[in-house]
Design a protein around this ligand. Structure first.
Ligand SMILES: *Cc1c(COP(=O)(O)O)cnc(C)c1O
Length: 370
């Protein structure tokens, strides 16, 4: 895909914020607990290789990704640490994973038996057993199945039983009843586990921030590294998370719109009086959603409304008075003490900041500071 490097719109990623968010969490962990940084979906939109580089410096000793290709991207970039693919990879890629020392998530015996057919020579595949304690997504559902799987793994030299894990669906909620229910199911699984593998892990960001007593010996630290509160606004993190992502642009066209004139597709906005309007070079093709019509941006510490429909590549804002072409606009981030957070954008869109962050497309140039 083409990256827009010759336009003033950019995602600015503050490496120091990512460093702070990881190093601080790392310092809170009990001795011996490792932090694997989750860098799936291009590092939640922040850039997979750049985030992994900062994470390594900040104390991450491994990485988690969602799909095999993301793991291969890290290997191509030279990362030597353990990498766990959190999703189910098709068994036919078992040999490719083993060759690249990439660990696979396993949720069924059938998967293991099929993968065994693809492993060549002495290639041994490291696997993490996923347990479904109530997320209902992937993993073994019953302790008897876990027992069968561990017996199979013990009898096979083609696999290295490297880890076991589960995933909580409500670790970010003030009401902990469902979390406790999942924890009890996890403990029932642990009771039948004959040997503990190297990594026993249950914690995403929310679990480690608010339920760290059950961390095991590794955490899968994701969204909090990017400075985003996993619970949105419901719970307060135990330390200050610093948002790493800003989105800025510049006005490329400014005009006085006469009273009664309309703006953008569908002519949904009509000026009630003469007003100053600027056009910004960003649109929904960049991941700045069409639903953001009526939201605002920051110009010179003033909140300015987005008027009319957001187009694919451009949008219009109403100014308090005339500004010159080239004036800086903050769409996400801070401008002289005023802020627009990813949370604000997500709230307006009726979604979560995760979706907004990873929804920014490749066309947006990412620049790195600090
Ligand atoms: C994405 C993911 C994580 C990271 O979650 P955050 O909420 O971003 O910390 C951890 N574990 C699994 C299985 C995941 O899919």
């Amino acid at each position: 895909m083409t990256i827009g490097i010759h336009r003033p719109t950019q995602l600015v990623i503050n490496r120091a914020a990512i460093y702070h968010n990881i190093a601080t969490e790392k310092s809170r962990l009990k001795p011996g607990v490792e932090l694997f940084q989750v860098v799936k979906a291009n590092g939640y939109g922040h850039g997979i290789v750049e985030v992994a580089t900062v994470a390594e410096r900040a104390g991450a000793t491994g990485f988690c990704v969602a799909i095999l290709d993301e793991a291969l991207t890290l290997r191509d970039a030279g990362f030597k640490q353990p990498i766990l693919v959190l999703g189910i990879t098709e068994p036919q890629y078992a040999d490719l994973m083993a060759t690249n020392r990439i660990s696979a998530t396993v949720g069924s015996i059938d998967w293991l038996k099929e993968a065994a057919n693809y492993l060549t020579g002495d290639n041994q595949l490291a696997v993490h057993i996923a347990l479904d304690t109530g997320m209902g997504r992937i993993g073994f559902q019953y302790p008897e199945e876990l027992r069968t799987a561990t017996e199979y793994l013990e009898s096979s030299s083609q696999f290295n039983f490297e880890g076991i894990f589960t995933h909580f669906s409500k670790a970010d909620a003030a009401d902990t009843a469902y979390f406790q229910h999942q924890l009890a199911r996890w403990q029932a699984f642990m009771a039948v586990l004959p040997v503990r593998p190297k990594y026993v892990h249950v914690s995403n960001s929310a679990t480690s921030l608010w339920h760290d007593a059950c961390n095991g010996n590794m955490i899968r630290y994701g969204v909090a590294a990017y400075g985003l509160n996993p619970s949105g606004v419901e719970l307060t993190p135990p330390f200050e998370l610093q948002p790493a992502m800003s989105l800025t642009t510049k006005m490329v066209f400014v005009k006085k719109l006469p009273k009664g004139y309309s703006v953008s597709y569908g002519a949904t906005y009509t000026a009630q009086q003469d007003e100053w309007v600027a056009t910004l070079p960003i649109g929904y093709a960049d991941g700045y959603e069409r639903r953001l019509q009526g939201f605002h941006v920051l110009v010179d510490a003033n909140y300015c409304d987005i008027i009319g429909r957001v187009c694919m590549d451009q949008l219009m804002i109403r100014l308090p008075h005339e500004y010159p072409v080239g004036t800086e606009v903050t769409m996400i981030g801070e401008d002289h003490g005023k802020t627009i957070s990813l949370q604000d954008v997500a709230d307006y869109c009726g979604t979560i900041h995760y979706e907004i962050a990873c929804g920014f497309t490749e066309r947006l140039n990412r620049t790195y500071i600090n």
